[in-house]
Each structure stands twice: as C-alpha cells, then as structure tokens.
Design a binder for this molecule. Structure first.
Ligand code: PBG
Length: 338
C-alpha cells in the first residue's frame, strides 16, 4: 500500500507552501480571476427629487435621478463595466393593487432605459420583471380574493411588462418574481411582439432571504410589504434539490441565463446549478451582503477592498459567469489600479 503511493504527493518532497512563496508564482497558478467584464452594476433610479440621495442601509449607494443614472451608465462604460441593472423607486401615489404602472410605457424604468440607450448605446441594460415596485401591498404579483399571490394572473401581467420594457430598449428582461411558468410565457410574448433577440435572465433560484432588507428600503417596498413575507413564491433556504428543479424548468422554458440569489450564503447552489445546466449562471451579491461588508468595514472590523474582492472571487470559483454587485464601480477601479 505504502509502496504504491506516489512519493511526490507526500511531505517533505511535496511542500505546498513552495509555490506560495512569491507573488509571481502565486499568480502563475491562480485558478480563477475576477475581471471587470464579470461585473453587472445594479442602479436605483427615482423620479421625485425628494426620493433621490443616500440609502441609509447601503453605504455609498444612492437613488439616482435620471440625469445621474445617465452619468452612472457613462461612468460604467468608461470603467469597462459591460452591463447595468435598473431598479425603479416608485412614488407611493403611483403604486396600486393592480400594479398598473408596471405597464405604462412612460414609467420611470422605461424612460431611464430610453435615456441611457440614447446616451450610452453599447452598454447592456437589464430590467427586473416583477410587480413589487408597483404594488401597494409590496408583493411581486397580483393578489386573489383570498389575499394569495395569484400565479397565473401575475404571469399574464409579467408578459406585458416584459414587452413594454423590451419596447423601451432593454436588452435583457430578468423575471425576479418566482411565479411558475413565467419564463416560457414571457418568451412567447416577446417573440410574438417581435422581440426574439431580447434575452431572458431568469431569477430561477431565488430564496426567501433576510438579505434583501436594504434593497426593500431602497425601492420603498419594505413599508408596503409590512409584516408579510414572500415565502409562498421565493424558495426555502433549506432546499437545494428544489433549486435544480427550478433551474431545469426555466432552461426548458427558454431562459438564456440563470440567476442564483442571494450569493455568498448560496455558493453551493451556484456550483450545483452551473454544473448541472448548460446555460451561464449569474450570482447576485444582494443588498444585505453588500451592507454587511460595508458596515463591518466602516466599523473597522474588515478591510472593504480585500473583503469585497475575496467575496466576488468566491463567486467565480463557484462557477458564476457574471456577478451583480453594488460595489461594481469600486471593484472596476481596483481592478484597473490594484
Ligand atoms: C424584487 C427584487 C428583490 C431584489 C431584486 N429584485 C427584492 C425582493 O424580492 O424582495 C433583491 C435585491 C437585493 O437585495 O439586492 N423582485
């Protein structure tokens, strides 16, 4: 047994510290790299002047005016960030139980898409497809007579929302609502409306997570949602097998890309979905993950740059093709001048 063992795998002939001794040799054998091309920058836009500005629970992230959003897209482009994701903060008087504003071709998100496309035509624009920015009750879908989120009525609405956003010029629609069957229905609706080139990034595996808290502050859906939760449509954090089922269904329905969300607590799921489906998987480092790192850094417990870079590299190691992160602009700068 011992004789059969390859002596080169044993100490002291093998010393794994040997290639770790110098920067140049560590670099030669690095297995994964974080590139600026991996980054997608989520941006919050607001219509009313009083809604623009700092978000208390997300250090250094603001709700932007339209003009600031255009400037942000230009900045992203200059830094080499290839895509942004837009999230609207809808004023309370534009929210309703039927989320009608989601279908208004002149709503904030559509106006922002048009303005950014005109100013920065090469940047990819991703828009969320879900009703929560527009519902007075804060849910991602329409409610039935019993107060339950009505799957099929919601899907019909999401199809129209996706077409409205595609018509405004958005490149990728990203259903984040977790209704069943929406990817196939949206694909059919887009194709029928002449948008066969509009991609679908499905939030296929989205957990009912506590880590979305700061995002809900940012878009104003937290107060709308109140004590309610999204556990009848978002996934139970206990489940991994179910994630494969969600991903497989969305691939079969025509998803171009899949999303796993949140990111860092779910690296096992990113790895599993990236290996078991033939489509690229993206990771979302969500608002609560960003806030955790930023607040810890602000308290002196962590170094922001190194903790952030390490957490994003972990997504690459797990198998993510691209990463949504609120730190995208900082990271692009660090990559450009380490
Ligand atoms: C809404 C949506 C959410 C996020 C992205 N799209 C919040 C939610 O589902 O309540 C969360 C993003 C983040 O926390 O950064 N459908």
């Amino acid at each position: 047994m011992l004789a059969a063992m390859n002596s080169s795998t044993t100490f002291p002939r093998t010393r794994l510290r040997r290639p770790r001794m110098a920067g140049w040799s560590r670099a030669l054998v690095a297995e994964h790299h974080l590139l600026v091309e991996d980054l997608i920058w989520p941006i919050f836009v607001a219509q009313r002047r009083q809604d623009c500005g700092a978000i208390a629970t997300m250090p250094d992230v603001s709700r932007l005016s339209m003009a600031q959003a255009i400037a942000a897209a230009q900045e992203a482009q200059a830094l080499g960030i290839r895509a942004i994701a837009l999230f609207p903060c809808t004023p309370p008087d534009k929210k309703s139980a039927d989320a009608a504003q989601a279908l208004n071709p002149d709503n904030l998100v559509c106006q922002t898409v048009k303005a950014i496309k005109a100013a920065v035509p090469e940047i990819g624009i991703i828009c969320d497809v879900a009703l929560d920015p527009y519902t007075s009750h804060g849910h991602d879908g329409l409610l039935d007579a019993h107060g339950e989120v009505d799957n099929d009525a919601t899907v019909a609405m999401l199809c129209q929302q996706a077409v409205v956003q595609a018509r405004a010029g958005c490149d990728v629609v990203a259903p984040s609502d977790m209704m069943d069957g929406r990817v196939g229905a949206i694909r059919d609706a887009l194709d029928a409306a002449g948008f066969s080139h509009t991609m679908i990034l499905s939030y296929a595996v989205k957990y009912a997570s506590a880590f979305y808290g700061p995002f809900r502050d940012a878009v104003g859906s937290k107060s709308a949602l109140g004590k309610a939760d999204k556990r009848t449509y978002q996934m139970n954090p206990a489940n991994a097998r179910e994630a494969r089922q969600e991903a497989a269904m969305d691939v079969a329905e025509g998803a171009d890309w899949l999303m796993v969300k949140p990111g860092m607590p779910y690296l096992d799921i990113i790895r599993d979905i990236a290996q078991s489906n033939g489509v690229p998987v993206m990771a979302y480092q969500v608002s609560g993950e960003y806030a955790a790192i930023r607040f810890a850094a602000n308290a002196g417990a962590l170094d922001y740059q190194s903790a952030m870079m390490e957490s994003l590299l972990a997504f690459k190691r797990a198998g993510a093709s691209a990463i949504f992160t609120y730190a995208a602009r900082d990271v692009a700068r660090w990559i450009a001048s380490p």
